[in-house]
Structures are given as C-alpha cells and as structure tokens.
Design a protein around this ligand. Structure first.
Ligand SMILES: [Zn+2]
Length: 503
C-alpha cells in the first residue's frame, strides 16, 4: 500500500491499477456520468477524528481507519484492507457524514448574495434568473451546487424556484453525482408574488386553476426523474407555503405526494402573517391544514417556522416526525433570528439547512448555534415556551442524523458499516480554526471554521472535492462561467437603476 501525506492536507495516493470499481449498472438516463473520482473497489480513509453519528456507541472516534468499498462504508477499523487499495490520510481533520440541507433553492444563491442585506427585495434579481438560457441557467446552478459541495453538503432537499430551475438542478446533480430531493416550487417564482402579497383573497381563489396545473407538472417532473442519477435523485412535492394554496391545490399536492412517496417540502409558517392568512381563509393554522390534507403522511420538511403557533402546532409536528428546517441565513446574512431554541425545546426534529443567499454549510452550522444562543439568552425567563440552548452537537445532529432519518434513509447521516459513503473532511487544526495540531474536542473547533476548512467531499463513494477544490468538474471553469452569468444579471440591474433604489 502506497501512502502520500502532505504536511497540511492529505491527498489520494492511488496505488495499483484497477482501483476504479467496474461493472456498475447504469440506468439509461445516466448516459452522462459524473466526471469525478471513484467509486473505488476499496479505499481506506484515515482521519484524525471521525464523528460517527449520535446515539449509542457513536460519537467521536480518534484516528479510525474507514474502509470504503464502492458506494458504501464497508467497515470501521477493518482487520484487513484489500491489497492495493488507495489510502487517504487526513491526520489533522475530522471526517463527518456529508451534511444534509433540509431546505435549498440552489440556483438562487449567488444572484441575491451581497445586494439584499441592506433590506432590498430579492424579487428583481431572482426574476432575471428566469430570462437565462438553459446553458446559462446550468452554469449558475453549477456554481451554487459547487459551493454546497465545497462546504461539505452532499444532500439537498431542494425547492427549485421554477420548473426550469428544477430541471437544471437535476442535470447538474446527475452530472456531478450529488444527492437530491428536488421539486419545483408551487406556485413557481413567476406566478408567486401577486398571490403571496395579495390584498384581496380573490386573487388566491382565481389562481387555483393555474396552480393545479403546476401541481400536475411537478408530479410529472417527479415521475420523470424518480431514481435518476443511480437513485440519488428522488423528487419531492414542494409547495411554496400554505398561504399561497387553496383547499383544492392542497388536496392535489397531498395526492401527488402520496404517489411519489418521497414526502413534502414546504415553507411552513414563515411569519405570523402566513399563519394569520391561513387562519383567516381556512380557519386553521398551516400545520393543522397540512395535517388535514395528509401532507405529513410521508417525510415532511418545513422551513423557517417563525410564525408557528407553538402550543397548537408543535405537538402535531412532533407526532408526525416532521422536520423543522432551520436556515440561519434565510433572508441573507444578518436580519432577525429564528426559533431554533423553541424547536429544540419542544423536542422537534430540527435540521440545520441553507435556504439561499449563503451556500456555506459550515458557516450556517455555526450561525445556528451562535444566533440560537443569543436568542436563548434573550428569551430565557421571558417566555412560557420551552426553549433549549443550542449546542454544536445539536447542530451537527440536525445536519446529519435528523434529516437522514426523516427521509427514511438510515444509511445516510452517519458513518457506520453499510452506510452510504457520503462524507466530508474538515481541517480542524488549521490556522484560525485550531492550533496547528489535532484538537482534543474537534466539534468545538467547528465553531471557528467555515466552508474554506472543508477539503474533501464524497457522495456515494465518488470524490467531488479534494484539497478544497471541486474535482467533480473543472473548478476554475465552473467559477468563471458562474461569474459570467452573474455579471450579466448585475449589469442588467445597473442598467435599470436598481442599485439606486431600495429594490
Ligand atoms: Zn426558502
């Protein structure tokens, strides 16, 4: 066995020919294979630490040897390693299960970042995404998906803002071997605003027919792509939120979700306005209404929950194992805090996810804890609601085991024999993060890290990020093309005088 160890971060020391796993069964729709590294017949990873998952016999393990075979973790500390297996040494890193974002709008990340933090609406920038050609749309999707992979996120529960963006996500995710639960938002971005911000509920009732058509299109999208990318793509029904639906569209969504069997992904009680609107028109909270239409019958991911009626809704969500996808950067960096301490305090299944604007998974993991602690200490003694002070362990658990279990995927979100080889490695001894050595309590060092500390990401046994660079594709070209498309959007905004306005 040949090993090469670099002083800072380690590299793959491929030894012996034929390490690539041959003879994989490839579905017809996968003519375009991921241009990445692996899967391998056998690959040994030797990190400084591994976080195996939460629960009995799990937690942190120091200097383990982890054997990957094909798309799975074959063994932890195996007695024997197949002859000629490549070996990866990460002596100053922690190996983690690949992070799972319970809420993303992948393509929408960069068009709004850096221009909305002062309070402008993201409306115009996102509208312009829809004017792009498929080729440009894919370049934008690729840039944003690359950022997620570069920060350790291997699975996205993806609510694409339009059907075109959902198709774009599937194209890029298949090409790179990402794992995703995508669906077009209903109503899509182009129809959403007049319905969402109506002053007369008649606008909502008048939208029903077109929304039903979008439900049908989303169902067809789901049928078309179910199991694509060798099973990594599992479309989900992704309604925008309850205040933009009618009883008929909710029923249609419930029916479509039952057919696809992958569950529902929605913004749930994003603010008190949404909860009030649903109560006004339908006489119940969004959570109660979802239950009435069977939306909790499968996996359920609800983002934000800032306007939840906690005493009414929390027991329903808990009963169904619904996931609260907490996205600390929703709305961009800064802004109000969100009810992470309340979610944990009520014993909900709480995921830490991305939403949009920021695609840095580690940064969001950290923000969840820091914002959450600030909120906890401000609320303590002033609320009757149960609240819990969030810890880094809560955040890590919420980014791995919680969403994996909710998706019905106990083979994701943990490092265990038989689990999928979805992994990420974070240099916790680097400058600014650690102290130049392998730290004794590495989860705490994640609170000093960000996505730049991630140097290795693998999904289904394929290496996608190595040495902090995208190897699933041409790193520099993905960056260049993404920037080119974004420049067009900024240029148009400038021409329209958008930067001189409040948006
Ligand atoms: Zn969202």
């Amino acid at each position: 066995m040949t090993t090469v160890t670099l002083s800072r971060r380690s590299v793959l020391a491929a030894s012996g020919a034929g390490a690539l796993l041959g003879g994989r069964v490839v579905a017809e729709d996968d003519a375009e294979q991921p241009r990445d590294h692996g899967p391998y017949a056998a690959l040994l990873i030797e990190p400084g630490w591994a976080w195996l998952g939460s629960g009995d016999g799990q937690g942190l393990l120091r200097e383990p040897r982890i054997l990957i075979q094909g798309d799975r973790i074959a063994a932890i500390n195996p007695g024997e390693v197949p002859e000629g297996a490549p070996r990866l040494r990460f002596p100053r890193s922690i190996l983690m299960p690949g992070f799972i974002s319970g809420h993303t709008h992948v393509c929408g990340g960069t068009p709004t970042r850096g221009i909305i933090e002062g309070g402008r609406s993201y409306n115009r920038a996102l509208s312009m995404v829809e004017t792009l050609s498929d080729e440009d749309l894919d370049a934008l999707t690729a840039f944003n998906l690359a950022e997620l992979m570069l920060s350790g996120c291997t699975t996205q529960v993806e609510m694409s803002l339009t059907l075109r963006q959902a198709e774009s996500y599937v194209r890029v995710a298949k090409r790179w071997g990402a794992r995703g639960y995508p669906g077009p938002m209903i109503p899509g971005r182009m129809r959403l605003y007049p319905i969402w911000f109506r002053s007369d509920d008649q606008v909502l009732f008048d939208s029903e027919e077109e929304t039903l058509a979008e439900v049908q299109a989303a169902l067809e999208f789901g049928r078309r792509h179910a199991g694509a990318g060798e099973g990594r793509i599992q479309p989900m029904m992704s309604p925008h939120a309850c205040d933009t639906q009618t009883a008929a569209t909710m029923a249609a969504i419930g029916k479509a979700a039952a057919e696809l069997g992958t569950g529902v992904h929605i913004h749930l009680s994003q603010g008190s306005q949404e909860t009030e609107a649903v109560k006004r028109v339908w006489g119940k909270t969004p959570t109660q209404w979802c239950e009435e239409h069977g939306l909790f019958d499968g996996p359920f991911f609800g983002a934000h929950m800032s306007g939840l009626d906690w005493p009414t809704d929390a027991p329903i969500l808990k009963k169904h194992g619904a996931v609260f996808a907490h996205c600390p950067s929703a709305g961009g960096a800064g802004g109000g805090s969100m009810p992470y301490p309340e979610g944990l305090g009520h014993g909900l299944a709480v995921n830490v996810g991305i939403d949009t604007h920021s695609n840095d998974f580690l940064e969001n993991l950290k923000l969840a804890v820091l914002y959450g602690q600030a909120r906890y200490f401000l609320m303590r003694g002033k609320t009757d609601l149960p609240i819990k002070q969030p810890s880094i362990e809560d955040a890590v658990h919420g980014a791995t085991v919680v969403p994996a279990d909710a998706l019905g995927r106990p083979d994701l979100g943990r490092i265990a024999a038989g689990s999928k080889a979805d992994l990420t490695a974070i240099d916790v001894g680097d400058f600014l993060v650690g102290g130049g050595a392998l730290p004794p309590e590495p989860l705490n060092n994640l609170l000093y890290a960000n996505g730049k500390s991630v140097h290795f990401t693998m999904t289904d046994g394929r290496v996608q990020v190595q040495e902090g660079r995208l190897v699933a594709d041409d790193h520099a070209e993905v960056s260049r093309r993404g920037g080119e498309v974004l420049s067009k959007i900024w240029q148009q905004l400038e021409t329209e005088g958008w930067f001189e306005t409040s948006g």
